[in-house]
Design a protein around this ligand. Sequence first.
Ligand code: ACO
Length: 323
Amino acid sequence: MEQIKMVAVASHSPENVVSNDELSKLMDTNDEWIYTRTGIHQRHVVTTENTSDLATSVAKKLLDKTGISPETLDFIIVSTMSPDSLSPSTAAIVQSNVGATNAFAFDLSAACSGFVYGMSVASSLLTTRYRRGLVIGAEVLSKLVDWHDRTTAVLFGDGAAGVLVERTQENVGLLAEELRTFGEKGDNLVAGRFANDNPFSKQISELDPYFHQNGREVYNFATREVPEALQSALEQAKISPDDVDYYLLHQANSRIVASIAKRFKQPMSKFPINMVLNGNTSAASIGILLNDLVESGQVHAGQTIALAGFGGGLTVGAQVWQL
Ligand code: ACO
């Protein structure tokens, strides 16, 4: 049966690092508050790059690592909630930058579930018609952050990561998934609202680029819905929580990750975290974590891993992969 294989993974984080201590010079906050509540000590923040630059760097690394020629790519998906522009899509800019002349390219908007949703779409594309593509999560969330709002500014970071995926006959791939969206809860996490303003409009909504969230509600949502989705994916894959080598969860908050590990009665060593260095990078976070774990040799072929994203929408997505 046709399946999908992750052939290579890569990430790119902007050079500029902003510590909690530096943030405390900009707003009334401190390292102790941020770290104990979120598990974050620092984040990367761009100084010159936009989202397409981060995503292009990832795409180039994936092509370099595999020696694959860009003309052989069939598609490029960029999951992002912070694109350079609505048109052209960030994926189209990446397609041009790397010379993937035969690839179709589009952005996918599912906030912090973007990487998982992107992998789901890629799996469908590869098991039906196409042979090879890129799935990249890329974010410059710093342009959506109100740098005077301590309740959100301390949480987010910039970064990108992605995988080169191929159709394969090997005994690997996406074993099961559960994707869910709760549109009725969408107002709990918003960013990037356009002004709805034209010469004829009666009700004008104002431009508001910034993040606003009900942190408690998002926290409760994540600790309730991620275990549900993960449990469903594990049951569909007919495996137990013990059979999973690593759980790669969206890196929003270390307390959310710890709570989910406890629910599944699994050791924290199976739930790696790296938000301490990167903050919450939304659609990029799972890919950045995957790259770290592959580079350190912890994650490798032959293992079973679970991925779970959650966030704006509100959305949640869990997958079980055989590597
Ligand atoms: N520094 C210092 N004090 C702060 C800060 C800060 N950065 N931010 C808020 N405070 C204060 C508040 O003003 C409040 O003070 P008060 O009691 O005098 O009113 C106090 O700290 C407690 O604030 P809460 O918002 O109740 O803090 P809480 O314990 O809920 O933690 C947090 C907030 C960390 C945001 C938590 O709710 C959380 O992690 N939620 C999940 C949010 C999340 O991860 N969102 C992103 C996921 S979705 C996505 O990735 C796009």
